[in-house]
Design a protein around this ligand. Structure first.
Ligand SMILES: *Cc1c(COP(=O)(O)O)cnc(C)c1O
Length: 360
């Protein structure tokens, strides 16, 4: 069977080149006579893999020297707890609620201290990003938290919130490395890699060094302390070794593609194809306020649930997979991450256009 165009929100499409390289190295990595899955994480060969991966990520995002890059486990969801456990010195944090993932992070933080929802777009099913230029940021907030790209609803912060000098913490799971970012504006930028970078099982945390302290909340497990992982260069215990190796390959692929400026241009081009079609369509409608549209996740509807289901089914038969919207919102969603080729989006738009002619 041929490979399909996979529009899944995550785990999601990976660059075909990377998969082929991994396949070629599966039985014998670089003359070691074994697979990366089989080697000690303390071996010279693996040390080179993780160190190169870190350096390539540092290069891609121009991560300054006073930030650590950690390769951890537990998914993005574990960070929902790890962040307050490590950062809540005053036990106060402000959350901007722009969707399910921000809501979950907010609920988790409440276990550890006072979490304030300082803004929300729940009033219009999270279809926009609230104005964050002058929020009632708490005087003693340890940090301000956002989910920068809302995977389920398809919104993205085009401008970071005014945190009034407080530390910004951002979940970038679904927009990681989709465009350049100014790391100095963040205290922590983190994301699960299974959306835009690699296989599930790795979460990357980019953290400013002054936020890495011994002073965590009482009872914080060793494994949930940033310091233990930072002091041990992500090798305190066995890391998700194979996943990190694939991430490293994706970083090298991104460098070959021209880096994050080039990816941004490609991503804008792909998203424009789809959004322009949606804006003209007499059948399909985008669900997000225009100025807040994500380049990565594009939700849309026909306004008729039966027709939506028919669309998803027929698209699948045409080799366009995983277009069903999130179970909490319905409709459709096309996730068009870095590794989705332009040809995939073109094929989707062509299919939508045909479907519209037949069903409108
Ligand atoms: C998928 C996703 C998560 C949850 O990731 P897990 O690795 O499954 O815990 C959190 N935040 C965002 C923005 C996501 O897209």
């Amino acid at each position: 069977m041929e490979r399909v165009y996979n529009f899944s929100a995550g785990p999601a499409v990976l660059p075909e080149e990377v998969l082929k390289e991994a396949a070629a190295e599966m039985l014998n990595y670089n003359g070691t006579g074994m697979s990366v899955m089989e080697m000690s994480h303390r071996s010279k060969a693996y040390e080179a893999i993780i160190q190169t991966a870190e350096q390539d990520l540092r290069d891609l995002l121009q991560v300054p020297d006073n930030y650590k890059i950690l390769f951890l486990q537990g998914g993005a969801s574990q960070q929902f707890a790890m962040i307050p456990m490590n950062l809540m010195k005053n036990k106060v944090a402000d959350y901007i609620i722009t969707g399910q993932w921000a809501k979950k992070a907010y609920a988790e933080a409440k276990i550890y201290g006072t979490a304030n929802a300082v803004a929300s777009s729940a009033d219009q099913t999270f279809s926009y990003i609230p104005d964050c230029s002058d929020l009632p940021i708490s005087e003693n907030a340890d940090y301000v938290y956002i989910c920068e790209n809302n995977t389920i609803y398809g919104t993205k912060f085009k401008q970071l919130p005014n945190t009034k000098g407080k530390t910004l913490v951002a979940d970038v799971s679904s927009c990681f490395l989709s465009e350049p970012a100014d790391i100095t504006k963040y205290g922590i930028m983190y994301g699960g890699v299974q959306k835009n970078i690699g296989p599930a099982g790795v979460v990357i945390v980019i953290i400013r060094e002054d936020l890495i302290t011994e002073d965590t909340l009482p009872g914080t497990p060793t494994m949930l302390k940033y310091k233990i992982h930072a002091d041990n260069a992500s090798l305190y215990n066995t890391p998700p070794a194979y996943g990190i190796y694939i991430c490293g390959k994706v970083f090298q692929w991104l460098k070959r593609m021209g880096g994050l400026e080039a990816m941004k241009a490609k991503n804008e081009e792909k998203a424009k194809l789809l959004y322009d079609f949606l804006d003209e369509s007499r059948l399909f409608t985008g669900t997000v306020r225009k100025e807040d549209r994500s380049l990565m996740n594009v939700p849309f509807i026909t306004g008729n649930e039966e027709l939506d289901a028919k669309f998803v089914k027929e698209a699948k038969a045409a080799g366009l997979e995983n277009l069903k919207g999130h179970r909490t919102v319905g409709g459709m969603r096309a996730s068009i991450y870095n590794a989705m080729p332009k040809a995939g989006v073109e094929k989707l738009v062509e299919f939508m256009s045909d479907f519209e002619k037949k069903n409108h």
